[in-house]
Design a protein around this ligand. Structure first.
Ligand code: ZN
Length: 166
C-alpha cells in the first residue's frame, strides 16, 4: 500500500465532494489505523481538520492518547492547531506531501487574526503582542484546581503514562 498516494486520493475525493483539500492517514505496524479528509466544509466545525479527526479515531481505536510507533501522513505541512495535536500524540514520524508555499497559489484560508505567513509566528509572541485579543485575569482559586489534581495523582505533577524523553 502506497500510503502517500492513498492520502492524496482521500483529499482528491474530498474536493470532488465539496470538501477542502486536506487528508491524513495514520499507519501503525504497516496497516492503516485511521484516516480522514478535512471535514470543516461539511460540518462547520473549524477544528475538523484531517489531522484532528484521524488522531481522534486512531486514539479511540487504540484506547490511548499516545500514538507512539505510528507514522502520520498529511497532505500538507500542518497548521499550528494540527501541529500542536501531533506533538501531543507523539507519533514516530510525520510525513507531509506538500508545503504551504507550494499550495498557496491555489488555496488560501486567512482569518481575522492570521495569514498563512504570520500564523506560526503568532504563537511565539507574548500574549499581549498577539493579534488575538487575550486578557489574563488572575484567580488564586484557578491554581487550586491544579493542587487538587496533583493530590488525586498521588502527589505527582506529571500526567501518568505520557512518553517523555527523561
Ligand atoms: Zn490543521
Amino acid at each position: 500500500m502506497d500510503f502517500a498516494q492513498h492520502t492524496i486520493d482521500i483529499a482528491r475525493k474530498n474536493v470532488e465532494e465539496g470538501g477542502r483539500p486536506f487528508a491524513t492517514v495514520i499507519v501503525k505496524d504497516g496497516e492503516i489505523l485511521a484516516e480522514s479528509p478535512n471535514k470543516v466544509a461539511q460540518t462547520n466545525d473549524p477544528t475538523a481538520h484531517a489531522e484532528i479527526l484521524a488522531i481522534r479515531d486512531a486514539c479511540r481505536k487504540l484506547g490511548t492518547e499516545h500514538l507512539v510507533g505510528a507514522t502520520i501522513y498529511v497532505l500538507a505541512h500542518p497548521c499550528p492547531m494540527c501541529l500542536g495535536s501531533l506533538y501531543y500524540c507523539s507519533p514516530d514520524e510525520v510525513v507531509f506531501l506538500t508545503t504551504r508555499d507550494a499550495y498557496e497559489p491555489h488555496y488560501v484560508d486567512d482569518r481575522k487574526y492570521f495569514e498563512l505567513g504570520t500564523f506560526y509566528g503568532e504563537f511565539a509572541k507574548d500574549h499581549t503582542e498577539r493579534r488575538l485579543p487575550m486578557r489574563h485575569e488572575p484567580h488564586d482559586a484557578a491554581v487550586d484546581v491544579y493542587r487538587l489534581w496533583q493530590q488525586h495523582n498521588g502527589g505527582d505533577r506529571r500526567v501518568p503514562g505520557a512518553p517523555t524523553v527523561a
